[in-house]
Design a protein around this ligand. Structure first.
Ligand code: HEM
Length: 443
């Protein structure tokens, strides 16, 4: 039996019964910051009906990643869990998670990604043309269409996914992702739940179409859908249909929402920092818009890499990750009882002045390995999480970010339109409130 800890519980308040401090957590962007100021690096609160411990600092990330499947397992708030579906990778734990992750990782191998580069580039160019014709527009919704098209082509071989009703349903689904899970027609959760049903209908249609192909033709496509459809466990069993749907849904969601946020932040920060833009332009002068880019080309774009790293540091698309204790545990001198939630925080880590000099400044050069103040960021730079649940799509994301950013810098110029609200909405992923309205033209 695990001995009962004699350590105190973390400081903090659990708030009102069930609702706890959920409303302030969802509405007040300074919630965590203020609570840390008051209670220190580890505090307790209650969110979505669960006592929850917030952790801050690189050391706490190291601890949380190392505890996966020992005293901690993944558990997202109820609304996220229900909307992603019980069988999605994000909700699987232990051996089931390990086994599925191994299988799904094959869809993101280096060779698969290199083989997708030209298709991804073709979609990027089509959108660049479209934006040039539009001239003035809100970029966030456009980037959402772009990332959804790219994810749909890569994951389920669907062209122009954003023109399919999927795009619309995902938008509504995302609005309810972090919400109080009351399923009524007028609540954010209820609407998102309806959207989930519609998304599943679309996914089911894609699965049925694929099943009607010969196995050889399906294997030829070689996307995540074929991989999951033909996968078998040690006993020769195929994935149950409900799991197949949930896995495709989680990939389509994770594959576009976070990238939309990152690309929007890139466009915003570069527009606000002309000196960074000049350096990016100088680097891109070695490449031509009309010539295909290779993986080696992308790997040689060092300053672009630093810039994108810095974008993901300053405005991380995912704020943190939720876990649940499966056994009583201790961290930072406090006990955490079994069944509590634990949140490791990406955004608080990235703004830690003990890790980053002037953390609020956008400074791509901080990633220059020759800079004397650059530190070992092993657990201090975690936009993609870490440990056994580190982002599965990290390399796909890095590829898409570098590719579109490079094409934009090579040929285009954009300015932020006046009179717009550039402050960020943070949930479910950060984006400027007015959708980043820009004027966009060829240079
Ligand atoms: C800039 C873009 C992205 C960021 C910042 C990001 C961030 C993250 C983070 C922080 C996690 C870990 C969550 C946790 O600790 O529980 C995660 C997990 C995951 N990501 Fe990403 N992600 C990005 C893009 C993508 C893409 C493009 C895909 C797929 C096409 C993807 C698929 C996943 C999946 C399936 C998981 C769950 C992994 C697991 O539980 O084993 N992500 N991502």
């Amino acid at each position: 039996m695990t001995p009962v800890s004699d350590r105190p519980l973390p400081p903090g308040e659990l708030g009102l019964p069930w609702i706890g401090e959920t409303i302030s957590f969802l509405r007040d962007r300074t919630f965590a910051k203020q609570h840390h100021e008051r209670w220190g690096p580890v505090f307790k609160t209650s969110l979505f009906g669960q006592p929850t411990v917030f952790l801050k600092g690189a050391e706490s990330n190291r601890w949380a990643f190392g505890q996966e499947n020992k005293t901690l397992v993944s558990q997202w708030p109820k609304s996220v869990e229900l909307l992603l579906g019980p069988a999605s990778l994000s909700n699987q734990v232990g051996d089931a998670h390990k086994q599925r992750r191994r299988l799904m990782a094959k869809a993101f191998g280096a060779r698969v990604l290199a083989g997708y580069l030209d298709k991804m580039d073709a979609i990027a160019r089509q959108y660049c043309d479209r934006w040039e014709q539009l001239g003035e527009f809100a970029w966030y919704p456009e980037l959402r269409d772009y990332t959804l098209d790219t994810a749909c082509k890569f994951l389920v071989n669907l062209d122009r996914g954003s023109e399919n009703s999927l795009g619309q349903w995902f938008e509504r689904w995302c609005e309810g992702l972090f919400s109080i899970p009351i399923n009524l027609p007028w609540t954010a959760f209820g609407k998102a739940w309806q959207a989930r049903q519609q998304i599943l209908v679309e996914i089911d249609r894609l699965i049925t179409d694929r099943q009607q192909m010969t196995e050889a033709a399906a294997a030829e496509i070689g996307d995540a859908l074929s991989l999951l459809l033909t996968a078998q466990d040690e006993e020769g069993n195929r994935l149950p249909p409900a799991e197949l749907q949930d896995q495709i849904l989680v990939l389509l969601f994770a594959g576009h929402e976070t990238l939309t946020s990152s690309l929007t932040s890139f466009a915003l920060l570069v527009a606000q920092h002309p000196a960074v833009l000049d350096r990016l332009r100088a680097e891109q002068a070695a490449f031509e818009f009309d010539r295909p880019l290779t993986m080696a080309d992308l790997d040689s774009m060092t300053y672009l890499d630093w810039t994108l790293r810095e974008v993901l540091r300053l405005i991380p698309p995912v704020g943190g990750g939720f876990r649940r204790t499966i056994a009583p545990t201790e961290y930072g001198g406090y006990q955490i009882p079994a069944g509590w939630s634990v949140l490791y925080q990406i955004n608080r880590t990235h703004e830690d002045p003990s890790l980053y000099d002037q953390p609020q400044q956008f400074d791509p050069d901080r990633w220059n390995p020759d800079r004397t103040d650059s530190q070992n960021q092993l657990f201090g730079y975690i936009p993609f999480g870490g440990g056994p649940r580190e982002c599965l799509g990290k390399e796909f994301a890095r590829l898409e970010l570098r590719l579109l950013a490079a094409r934009l810098i090579q040929r285009y110029d954009w300015q932020l339109l006046p009179d717009q609200d550039l402050s960020l909405r943070l949930v479910p992923t950060p984006r400027p409130r007015d959708g980043l309205r820009v004027r966009f033209q060829r240079r």
